[in-house]
Design a protein around this ligand. Structure first.
Ligand code: MN
Length: 425
């Protein structure tokens, strides 16, 4: 399809084969009228959730949504147990666990994953794992979760180009939002005048107008991240879906201001304490545990805090991995309560250690977290310099010991680097 080859260069990857898979999955939802959508808690996840919800509603579906901070098998198992006759979507999450979905899905409900995280192949016919990575694109650079979701949406109805701006907003989590598969929604949005370019303070911005009110897509991206993370327990993800589809209201403007203030104050407090008492240290790790100090905010904030620390040269050792723990609340909004008590863990890497990981002399964060989380009764995934997961409360020392052991075992070995994502943290 030459239409996708624009002036900025041709694709060497196969958009058509991805679209073909989307079509095959789309055929399966004919005759179904109810959908349950799981979506991730950041801007890309919220945009993906919005795209698929609006698309399905246009097609007469009744849609329910659950925003998940983490892929909790116990939540998914319970949902599969409760539901019948619906199609279940996972957007911007799920691909790394497609085979687990086959196992948890005892009733064999039709399940469609639209994601860009490192996928594993689905080993059953009722779970479709639609991921651009299977078609030569890189989830880290070429395709966001929202772009994958948008392309699926367009195979259902080409009039869904009106949702292209949401795929652009989701793609802003990648280093560049205008390369690879992400160029498709960008081109659609400009050609169909869904967004326009505008010079703002000397810079060219993409702007979408909601009932005549102009909104910069970058601002939407930042605000959706705040709603999904800081506002997770205050219905933030759902408010984010409404904001992304309908634009700003007085209410969400006010909430955004409150959330930003809350985050700033809490961060100042916690960082002040770390400045006072320092991080706890083991041979290769430096760690802190905020316990319930950030209660009320989504657990993504522990990732932001760990990232912030990784750049504070006076606060951290430059050759040790940074680990932040935070108690997770039992409540999963829109679902109910978790049976077990979990702790969220985030790992970040200071500059000097990044070099060693790149050389292959130290293991990537993703490898450490995913393996250590499994040992500590949880699940983790991530990217070479930023990774996260959850573990059973009380198993923090087990986690730390496991990481130390894995590092010792791998020391000097030039293990292949994993390519996973920063945003799944
Ligand atoms: Mn994403």
């Amino acid at each position: 399809m030459g239409v996708y080859f624009n002036l900025e260069g041709e694709f060497t990857m196969n958009v058509d084969s991805f679209l073909e898979e989307c079509r095959l999955a789309a055929e399966k939802i004919e005759g179904v009228s109810g959908a349950l959508v799981f979506f991730h808690d950041d801007a890309d996840g919220i945009c993906s959730g919005s795209i698929i919800s609006r698309t399905l509603e246009k097609n007469g579906f009744k849609v329910e949504r659950i925003c998940l901070e983490k892929f909790f098998p116990e939540v998914i198992e319970e949902v599969y147990r409760r539901e019948r006759g619906k199609v279940v979507f996972f957007t911007d999450l799920g691909s790394p666990h497609a085979n687990m979905l086959c196992k948890l899905n005892r009733k064999e409900l039709l399940t469609i994953i639209l994601d860009h995280h490192d996928p594993v192949k689905s080993d059953c016919k009722y779970v479709f794992n639609l991921n651009p990575e299977f078609h030569g694109f890189k989830g880290e650079t070429d395709a966001s979760g929202a772009t994958a979701t948008y392309l699926f949406s367009k195979t259902l109805n080409s009039s869904n180009v009106d949702l292209s701006y949401l795929a652009i907003v989701g793609s802003m989590e990648l280093p560049q939002f205008n390369i690879g598969m992400n160029k498709i929604p960008l081109r659609d949005a400009l050609e169909n005048e869904i967004v326009h370019r505008k010079r703002v303070r000397g810079k060219e911005k993409l702007v979408k107008s909601f009932d005549g009110e102009e909104t910069e897509l970058e601002r939407l991206y930042r605000d959706l991240n705040v709603l999904g993370s800081v506002g997770y327990y205050l219905d933030g993800p759902e408010k984010g879906v409404q904001l992304s589809l309908n634009g700003y209201s007085e209410e969400n403007r006010r909430l955004l201001l409150e959330l930003q203030e809350k985050r700033r104050d809490m961060f100042r407090e916690v960082i002040g304490e770390i400045r006072g008492s320092g991080l706890k240290k083991t041979r290769h790790l430096q760690w802190f545990h905020v316990r319930d100090r950030l209660k009320g905010m989504g657990s993504k904030v522990i990732g932001s805090l760990s990232s912030y620390l990784s750049y504070q040269r006076t606060l951290v050792d430059r050759d040790k991995y940074i680990v932040g723990f935070m108690n997770l609340e039992k409540e999963v909004p829109g679902f109910g309560r978790l049976k077990k008590q979990y702790v969220k863990v985030s790992m970040r890497v200071p500059a000097q250690l990044k070099e060693k990981i790149k050389e292959g002399s130290m293991p990537p964060a993703s490898e450490l977290v995913s393996n250590a989380c499994l040992i500590a009764g949880g699940l983790g995934e991530g990217h070479e310099f930023a990774s996260s997961g959850f573990l059973l409360k009380g198993k923090e020392t087990v986690f730390i010991d496991a990481v130390e052991r894995i590092i010792e075992k791998n020391k000097g070995a030039s293990g292949g680097r994993q390519k996973t994502l920063l945003d799944f943290t």
